[in-house]
Ligand binder design. Structure first.
Ligand SMILES: Cc1ncc(COP(=O)(O)O)c(C=O)c1O
Length: 369
């Protein structure tokens, strides 16, 4: 007797499309039998981990048979000291995706509405749909950015949560402090706003980029997400966190799985927080790489979306899928984003200067050929 598992699955899961990650280097090696591949597809940190993080991981290995500190005390402490926060405001996660999912599971039930923007980071609608939410996707502005006015208008008495990403992935668009503040002023306080700052370190210092941590008291419905996967170079270890009102974080911490952040990740995150030089180099490298791509796209007369993240999305003016495939054969993995409805665009993560050069060369060759 065969089981119809799709009938057994909860409704949201039946029609769920799984997250499509960037292609791993090892997969392309297996598929094409080639080596010397570069991956600029998952907004990872091309510098690799900080030497301080490496030393911290090595020191931690001896205790790997023990469970990690479920409370993540030292990481919370480092975050609180850096940003002037209280432990009770934090929720740690296995990557910030985990924290986002915790927020959804804490506040959203079957049939509740959630509001997000067209082209917003896709992990959110996946999480909300699995939870049985009705997802209200608000058309983006012509420049691909969030239309906050329309998002506000989409909020109804059934809305439990709004998702705002700044800068947004995969488009790179960013919201200014003034427009975001006006939006937060207008959102009813019983609607949770999950504000995702995965690329904060790259955007920090840009005039008019918001200081969301400074707004937490003014907007008690705000949950700010940060990650150690991008500028901190710890994507494989999976560690992120959210900051919210203590009562809100307390509820989220009830939902959080115990030990969701492993001891290597906890130690490496603290060590990287203490490596200001590393973060500075990461951000500077990204700034230079961004210029490399902008100049190349301008020379190629390709329209790109100005980005404050560690990636840039470019309109190829033709279907991107075959270009992506041809670039794979050149040993360069980038990210097609047809799953976002952007069929002519590819997203390229900023790499080391020589990786960027190779990627630009491959793109030129493919477009010419
Ligand atoms: C906007 C945004 N949020 C969250 C994440 C998830 O990051 P992680 O789960 O690795 O912390 C990503 C990763 O690409 C992202 O682009």
């Amino acid at each position: 007797m065969s089981i119809d598992f799709s009938k057994l699955a909860v409704e949201g899961v039946r029609t769920l499309h799984p997250y499509q990650p960037g292609k791993p280097i090892s997969e392309l090696e297996r598929e094409l039998g080639i080596t010397d591949i570069i991956k600029l597809a998952s907004n990872e940190n091309p510098l690799g981990l900080s030497p301080k993080a490496k030393a911290a991981i090595e020191a931690e290995i001896k205790d790997i048979a023990l469970y990690p500190d479920a409370n993540g005390f030292y990481l919370k402490d480092a975050i609180c000291k850096r940003f002037g926060l209280k432990h009770e405001q934090l929720t740690l996660g296995n990557g910030s995706n985990d924290v986002m999912d915790i927020a959804v599971r804490t506040f959203v039930g079957t049939g509740d509405e959630v509001v997000c923007s067209q082209y917003c980071f896709i992990a959110f609608p996946i999480s909300a749909q699995a939870q049985g939410a009705k997802i209200i996707t608000v058309p983006a502005k012509a420049d691909f950015g969030h239309d906050l006015t329309a998002m506000r208008a989409a909020i109804t008495p059934k809305t439990k949560l709004v998702y705002v990403v700044n800068p947004n992935n995969p488009t790179g668009n960013w919201l200014r402090a003034g427009e975001l503040k006006a939006f937060l002023d207008s959102v009813p306080q019983n609607v949770i706003v999950v504000y995702d700052e995965a690329y904060f370190e790259y955007a920090d210092g840009t005039p008019e980029y918001p200081d969301a941590f400074g707004w937490l008291n003014q907007y008690p419905n705000l949950i700010v997400l940060r990650t150690f996967s991008k500028a901190y170079g710890l994507a494989a270890l999976r560690v992120g966190f959210s900051v919210a009102q203590p009562e809100c974080a307390g509820l989220m911490n009830r939902v959080r799985q115990p030990f969701n952040v492993n001891s290597l990740a906890l130690a490496a995150a603290v060590a990287t927080m203490n490596d200001a030089d590393y973060i500075k180099r990461v951000v500077e490298l990204n700034r230079q790489g961004m210029q490399q791509y902008q100049q190349a796209f301008e020379a190629l007369k390709l329209h790109y979306i100005p980005s404050l993240g560690n990636f840039i999305t470019v309109d190829l003016g033709r279907p991107a899928a075959p270009v992506y495939q041809a670039m794979l054969r050149e040993g360069v993995i980038v990210r097609p984003i047809g799953n976002y409805g952007l069929l002519n665009h590819i997203r390229i993560s900023i790499g080391l200067p020589e990786q960027n050069e190779r990627c630009i060369r491959a793109l030129k060759k493919v477009l010419a050929g």
